[in-house]
Design a protein around this ligand. Structure first.
Ligand code: SF4
Length: 351
């Protein structure tokens, strides 16, 4: 059962409450290189990204935000570390949200200046606690960035926000390990009513990173925790968006784009199934509709194993069956399988 949090509007995207769980990513360009940054955001938009965060590491990055904002259609978020003045400059540029890491912004009066400016512009703030950058006093007390140390850091910083009557807040708090992150978010979810940005930090290359994020985010989302997700991968950010939707689709929390199912193959398989699966996957990139497409290695078990699929192929020896909803529609030569599958898909959906 989803925990319903206070809602927060980030431009035209609202998170929290009963709103859909939003998929976000982060650009990997230097923000000040505006053409590259805009191109990357436009590619992310095309992939279904709903919010995008940009690193603001100096004044030039901050100064570019207003220009970028006008040329993209999803809300932009400024990611700030260390220098509170960059947060002030980003808000002045009209960003839709800022993310600060209180562990490295410094004294309370700097945080208060950010809060004051955010209030004036009605800009939400994500308080993003990271196990790698907890305040020294907390680390001294707990020795390690434990979930308790993270929660104490969060409670301390929230006290400043409460004192300044600011509640336009999103929270994230990432631990070093998946289990720590899960237990930290479970506690935060019980104690605070702000929408949660969830993610597994420094997850890795797509294969391992995707698995780690799938496990961590999957467990949290299945417990009803999380209002927006980012899958962090050492890869093209478009991969993060694809992975995010895979996780949400798998849990039935969103229905976004086609889902490709394929069998692992076994001794019954008489074709190069991997090649066929790649061909189908490539062609599916051009489709936006939510549908399940199965590519199975044999006619014996294929349609039955993929009975949930809307469309599919069950391969044979030199010939294969095209099926829809577990019913065989027609048999065609192996070389015509992919083409015939897409003819059937095109006849039945409006993409
Ligand atoms: Fe084996 Fe056929 Fe099942 Fe694929 S669909 S795993 S080839 S039995």
């Amino acid at each position: 059962m989803r925990t319903l949090k206070k809602t927060v509007a980030i431009g035209n995207v609202t998170i929290g409450g009963n709103n859909k769980i939003v998929v976000q990513s982060m650009t990997k360009t230097k923000t000040r290189e505006v053409r590259k940054t805009i191109n990357q955001i436009q590619r992310l938009e095309k992939a279904g990204c709903e919010l995008v965060r940009l690193a603001v590491v100096n004044k030039e990055d901050a100064a570019a935000l207003g220009y970028i904002k006008k040329r993209v259609s999803i809300p932009i978020i400024a990611d700030i570390h260390f220098d509170y003045r960059l947060a002030l400059a980003s808000i002045d540029q009209g960003v839709h949200k800022i993310r600060i890491n209180p562990g490295n912004i410094g004294e309370t009066n700097k945080i208060e200046q950010i809060i004051k400016k955010a209030k004036e512009h009605n800009t939400p703030i994500r308080i993003g606690i990271n196990s790698g950058s907890l305040p020294k006093s907390i680390l001294k007390k707990y020795e390690h960035p434990t979930p308790t140390a993270i929660i104490e850091t969060l409670s301390d910083i929230l006290a400043t926000f409460y004192k300044n009557n600011f509640d336009n807040i999103v929270i994230s708090a990432k631990g070093a390990a998946v289990k720590d992150t899960i237990s930290t978010y479970e506690t935060i979810n019980k104690r605070f009513n702000f929408p949660l940005h969830i993610g597994i930090t420094e997850a890795g290359l797509p294969f391992r990173g995707g698995i780690k994020s799938g496990v961590g985010l999957g467990i949290l989302l299945n417990k009803g925790i999380g209002d927006t997700i980012r899958v962090s991968l050492t890869a093209d950010p478009v991969m993060e968006v694809i992975a995010g939707y895979e996780i949400l689709n798998a849990l039935g929390l969103r229905q976004h784009g086609p889902i490709l199912i394929s069998c692992p193959t076994c001794g019954r398989c008489e074709v190069k199934l991997e090649k066929i699966v790649h061909a189908v996957e490539n062609r599916l990139k051009g489709y936006k509709n939510f549908m399940k497409v199965a590519v199975m290695g044999c006619v014996v078990n294929g349609p039955g194993e993929a009975s949930e699929a809307d469309f599919g192929i069950a391969c044979g020896k030199g010939i294969g069956a095209i099926f829809a909803k577990a019913k065989e529609i027609k048999r065609v030569k192996e070389t015509k399988l992919v083409e015939t599958l897409f003819e059937l898909i095109d006849e039945n959906i409006n993409n």
